[in-house]
Design a protein around this ligand. Structure first.
Ligand SMILES: Nc1nc2c(ncn2[C@@H]2O[C@H](COP(=O)(O)OP(=O)(O)OP(=O)(O)O)[C@@H](O)[C@H]2O)c(=O)[nH]1
Ligand SMILES: [Mg+2]
Ligand SMILES: [Zn+2]
Length: 295
């Protein structure tokens, strides 16, 4: 049975590559949610069409989950490039949620600060670098995708990467710089600013070369983390790790329990306020899934 790679998904359809040829794909009636990056077993119907008959087990899956609804983003990914920019609007909770997801999935995240050509970006890049690189240890790369993306070239080599970010940050502009044949449509900044319209409507995988791929995704508003557990959450914050397992209560949630070392670290100004608030909000939300009791 031939194997294929899903390179695009739209509505209920897919584009699948089999031995260098591209086909539109239909799926069997049984509903499996396939996603860009999936390797699948196919039946070739004719020169244009294949039927997907099976999913080859995924090495990993990038997805978000809002309450009980999960939304698949991409699979078989080596690294997540989280793209941020001061314009149209920067949402730190979105960035933080993406980082928590990457930590939970064990997929390497990179923070790409785009639009370095804008004067407003100067201070923004400094702030992002201070917190996310210096304090938390993530790789932060600033660039102007409009000028070039040369600094990304070595990073993309021999890896499958996915671009994730809010709408209008420049994911498709980056894609077009890396893979000029992509001709991915780029929205005008005014449209993106006024209506928040998503230009990119389908996730698409582009080949950089034989061993490197880049997936451009539609812009996201939120990155739901409802699949995480209260217990694993603090471990996903690098800045909390040195303080963990030192609280008075073994299963301290670090909300307002007595003898909490996270509360102390926060009071000592060691934890970024927005990330601390996110920890609290998520802890409360995820606690509702289980009957939590302090022990
Ligand atoms: N000043 C500046 N503008 C940029 C840069 N990169 C992209 N833009 C502009 O930002 C706007 C949005 O760019 P896109 O590449 O469409 O953004 P996107 O992240 O793909 O957006 P969605 O597809 O909606 O998720 C466009 O008007 C781009 O021209 C940059 O480096 N500097
Ligand atoms: Mg786009
Ligand atoms: Zn605690």
């Amino acid at each position: 049975m031939p194997k294929g790679l899903i390179t695009k998904s739209y509505g209920r359809g897919y584009i699948v590559e089999v031995d260098g040829s591209t086909y539109t794909a239909v799926t069997k009636a049984k509903k499996v949610d396939y996603v860009v990056g999936d390797w699948v077993v196919v039946d070739i119907i004719n020169d244009e069409q294949v039927q997907i008959t099976d999913l080859i087990p995924r090495a990993n899956l990038v997805y978000r989950m809002d309450h009980n609804r999960s939304k698949l983003i991409a699979s078989n990914i080596d690294q997540i490039l989280i793209v941020i920019a001061i314009k149209p609007n920067f949402n730190p909770n979105f960035l933080n949620s993406c980082l928590l997801f990457a930590e939970s999935a064990g997929i390497n995240p990179y923070i790409i600060v785009n639009k370095s050509d804008m004067t407003e970006s100067f201070k923004f890049i400094q702030q992002i670098t201070n917190l996310y690189h210096t304090k938390l240890g993530y790789t932060v790369i600033s660039l102007s995708a409009q000028a070039n993306c040369n600094s990304l070239t070595p990073l993309l080599k021999e890896r499958q990467s996915v671009l994730i970010g809010q709408s209008g940050v420049g994911k498709s502009t980056i894609t077009n710089q890396i893979i000029p044949e992509a001709f991915t449509s780029v929205d005008s900044i005014t449209k993106a600013e006024t209506s928040g319209r998503h230009t990119t409507t389908n996730a698409t995988l582009y080949h950089i070369d034989k061993t490197s791929g880049l997936i451009d995704c539609p812009g996201l508003q939120e990155f739901g983390l409802y699949h995480l557990s209260v217990e694993e959450l603090p471990e996903l914050f690098p800045e909390l790790r040195p303080h963990l397992n030192k609280c008075r209560f073994r299963n301290c949630r670090h909300l307002n329990e007595p003898g909490c070392m996270i509360t102390k670290a926060h009071a000592d100004g060691e934890i970024d306020e927005i990330r601390y608030q996110l920890l609290q909000t998520l802890t409360e939300k995820l606690s509702q899934k289980t009957n939590y009791r302090l022990a």
